[in-house]
Write a protein that binds this ligand. Structure first.
Ligand code: TLP
Length: 345
């Protein structure tokens, strides 16, 4: 086993750099349940500003961010429309049912995106014996579809439709920074179409912990209430928020590098004859690899690669996923590509 594992399981595996740790150690702190942590307050103000929203709230994870927003938007028995592969539906442990008592109406998209036509078919008629369509959740970039960017034109149309129908719109923007880096469209422009947005600091931005949700002042006041119920009221959290502020300052400008690394790795891996990779879906830092034709189970492949020092994770059905991030260099990407190609023959 080589000394350094080349870890492509997720962009969540990054470790804080010395500069980030210094910012954390030096952070001014207070009790955030009393709203008295100056660093948390600064982070919240900064993210609200970046997203053009009235207010924002620091939460421990992307899952809590999404689930808190969904809780504020919905009532038990309501229906939430989202894409079939959405994180809120697949990877948040049934949180929509568990925490909000709402149900999901999953709609199949193309590369993680659908338009008004697909939504219209899913919206319930206003009949007393049917669930109420209360919320639409979009994901940008879309994780399970391979880091794909949600086309702005579709977002605009969906937003206008949702307003007309009085349906709320939430954005799971765990990787909104990546979408912006790929398109040049600002986070503020994207956010302007949504009632609430959740962004993560612990994915491509490299902070160890933390996400921020943003919306109107009234929305965030209610979100604060549910964050406490969900166990997310933290005390001297400025020590963590400082990492988020550092990440925003230092790590958004470099995301394009992660996209270049993913694009290179995808093209290399597409040379493996039994891998299926939709190169058009590799728009940011995620690569989904279809492995059905390899004749080996994804678990077997993952174990073989692990033995040679390369870590990938499970992707879609029968597939693998590789994610690039700030803790893997281009040279390491090249090394990993060589190892994977040799292992797959
Ligand atoms: N995604 C994780 C896993 O849960 C799959 C990853 O490794 O990619 N929204 C999106 C789009 C996400 O990809 C994630 C994390 C979250 C929300 C949740 O964030 P956390 O892990 O902070 O709860």
């Amino acid at each position: 086993m080589p000394d350094k594992l080349l870890d492509f399981r997720s962009d969540t595996v990054t470790r804080p750099t010395p500069g980030m740790r210094k910012a954390m150690a030096e952070a001014a702190v207070g009790d955030d349940v009393f709203g008295e942590d100056p660093t948390v307050n600064r982070l919240q103000e900064q993210v609200a500003g970046l997203l053009g929203k009235e207010a924002a709230l620091y939460v421990p994870s992307g899952t809590m961010g999404n689930q808190t927003c969904i809780k504020v938007h919905t009532l038990p028995g309501d229906e939430v429309i989202c894409e079939k592969g959405a994180h809120v539906f697949n990877y948040e442990t049934g949180g929509i049912a568990f925490l909000s008592g709402a149900q999901v109406h999953a709609v199949e998209g193309k590369r993680g995106a659908f338009g008004v036509a697909e939504i219209e078919r899913a919206v319930r008629p206003d009949l007393y014996y049917m669930p109420k369509t209360r919320l639409i959740c979009l994901e940008n970039t879309h994780n399970r579809a391979g880091g794909t960017v949600y086309p702005l034109e579709l977002i605009r149309e969906i937003s206008a439709f949702a307003r007309k129908k009085n349906i709320r719109l939430h954005l799971d923007g765990a990787r909104l920074w990546n979408a912006s880096a790929a398109t040049g469209i600002t986070p503020m422009e994207y956010a302007s179409y949504f009632d609430s947005v959740s962004v993560c600091l612990s994915k491509g931005l490299g902070a160890p912990v933390g996400s921020v949700i943003a919306g109107s002042t009234a929305f965030i006041a209610e979100a604060r209430h549910y964050r406490k119920i969900f166990g997310g009221g933290m005390r001297q959290a400025g020590i963590l928020a400082a990492a988020g502020l550092y990440a925003l300052e230092h790590n958004t400008g470099r995301l394009a590098e992660d996209h270049e690394k993913a694009s290179f790795l995808a093209r290399e891996l597409a040379q493996v004859k039994t891998f299926d990779i939709d190169l058009g879906s590799v728009q940011t830092n995620i690569i989904i690899i279809g492995a059905e034709r390899t004749g080996r189970s994804p678990e077997e492949i993952l174990a073989a690669l692990r033995g040679k020092g390369v870590l990938l994770t499970l992707g879609n059905y029968m597939g693998l996923r590789a994610v690039t991030h700030l803790d893997v260099t281009m040279d390491e990407v090249k090394r990993a590509a060589r190892i994977i190609r040799e292992t797959m023959g």
